[in-house]
Design a protein around this ligand. Structure first.
Ligand SMILES: [Mn+2]
Length: 433
């Protein structure tokens, strides 16, 4: 049995620092206090590229160093736009009592009994290393551009999932071999599992997500430690477990559930994980249909402890009522909050273009209502509507051409009509020409 602290989606940046550093500092303290034997970060350690003099980079490095003084650390490459390729390599240079290994390519890495990380030179080892204490298969964010270059841009999204499923199936024999030898085998990845739920409660149901629970379980690892989705969630199959810890802090309003990290207990034949919540921001969201009711906001402020809480007030008003929104009064009512965000939406005045049209129950009645409102003779329009409903396009065109010919009196008796005559088309009587 080995105990792992699993953090993910730290999103360090100077403007997220207050939130994420409070949470990550707490999480690292807890992981050390609970005796984590390995620390894993499954991607998005940073929110974007950080310059070397950024306070956020220094703060992140300090906590990674604290972890490395306690136990071996494994950092996985996350989304490239959050964590530019190459950024993580800096952390391997931090020093500390234990090594920091950076997994930024498809590979396996074994934690040896002497505390060193041993990485495979290829995508996996030929057999589990003899003195391994833990075998980790690392599936970092892969470069879709490289795949698109070989299979074409249109096919890349689906191909990524197919390639990963093949890869995961290909890891099964070595995972089973390690587990048979009593060595826990785990997988680490950064990506979207089809059907997972985002921090805003939205199910990710598309077919272009790179991972499925079926493909992950098919790898036969005891545990799959995932990053990318900011909401904690898990899938169990017998003794085996797949889980996202979710993001370490709350970076947006409306994020559901606790933020935190996972403490895993993994053995060759069993895996468990416990979410340890971090002191993430408390957020409240108040939504008004119309101008915000200041008295209701005052009641809310009295009923809740707003100290340290972040409150967003949203409203939607018609253009002519927009002046009724008193932003100062709203701010005063919520004065105790750590942060207030006011988001008003003004609906432009929309005039009815044809009174009564919305009440008409069929197209014919709507057309009549519109003609009345617009003071236009409805009869020719209704005739056109009837043609559209009953005739094929070529027949309508033929009818129009016939009328033109009628008008110009060009039709000559005995001459073949130059149109495709169908039964539905009233054919001009040549005798009349
Ligand atoms: Mn993320």
């Amino acid at each position: 049995m080995i105990s792992l602290a699993h953090f993910s989606d730290l999103h360090y940046a100077d403007d997220t620092l207050a939130e994420v550093d409070t949470c990550f500092a707490f999480a690292v303290d807890q992981a050390i206090a609970q005796g984590a034997q390995v620390a894993v970060v499954t991607g998005d350690s940073t929110d974007h590229a950080l310059p070397a003099h950024s306070p956020a980079l220094a703060a992140l490095a300090r906590h990674i160093r604290r972890l490395a003084d306690h136990c071996p650390v494994l950092m996985l490459q996350g989304t490239f736009s959050h964590e530019p390729a190459g950024l993580l390599r800096l952390f391997a240079l931090l020093g500390g009592r234990h090594p920091v290994h950076v997994a930024d390519r498809l590979s396996q890495v074994a934690l040896l009994h002497d505390g060193r990380w041993l990485a495979s030179s290829d995508w996996r080892f030929d057999r589990p290393p003899a003195d391994a204490r833990l075998l980790c298969s690392c599936v970092p964010t892969l470069n879709k551009a490289a795949l698109a270059a070989s299979v074409g841009a249109g096919a890349a999204a689906a191909a990524m999932g197919e390639q990963l499923a093949q890869l995961l199936a290909g890891l099964a024999p070595i995972h089973l071999a390690a587990r048979a030898a009593g060595v826990p085998a785990i997988g680490l990845s950064h990506g979207t599992v089809r059907g997972c739920v985002t921090e805003h409660g939205v199910p990710m149901a598309g077919l272009d997500h790179e991972l499925t629970t079926g493909a992950l379980f098919a790898a036969q690892a005891c545990a799959f430690l995932l990053g990318h989705i900011h909401k904690h969630q898990r899938w169990q199959d017998g003794e085996r477990l797949i889980a996202y810890p979710g993001a370490i802090g709350r970076l947006h309003y409306g994020e559901q559930g606790d933020k935190g990290f996972l403490m895993w207990q993994v053995a060759a034949d069993a895996a468990q994980a416990t979410l340890v919540p971090t002191p993430a921001r408390r957020t409240h969201e108040l939504v008004f249909d119309g101008a915000p009711d200041v008295a209701a906001l005052s009641d809310f402020a009295r009923a809740h402890d707003l100290a340290g809480a972040w409150v967003r007030v949203r409203w939607c008003v018609a253009e002519e009522a927009a002046h009724a929104v008193d932003r100062d009064a709203i701010a005063a009512a919520l004065a105790g909050a750590a942060g207030i965000k006011l988001e008003g939406r003004v609906l432009p005045v929309a005039r009815a273009r044809a009174a009564g049209i919305a009440h008409a129950t069929n197209l014919r009645a709507q057309l009549r209502a519109w003609a009345t409102a617009a003071a236009i003779d409805a009869a020719p329009l209704l005739a056109c509507l009837e043609s559209l409903e009953q005739l094929a396009p070529d027949a309508i065109a033929a009818q129009l051409l016939a009328q033109e010919d009628d008008d110009a009196a060009l039709t000559v008796a005995g001459q073949d009509a130059p149109w495709d005559q169908t039964a539905a088309v009233p054919v001009p009587d040549p005798a009349l020409a």
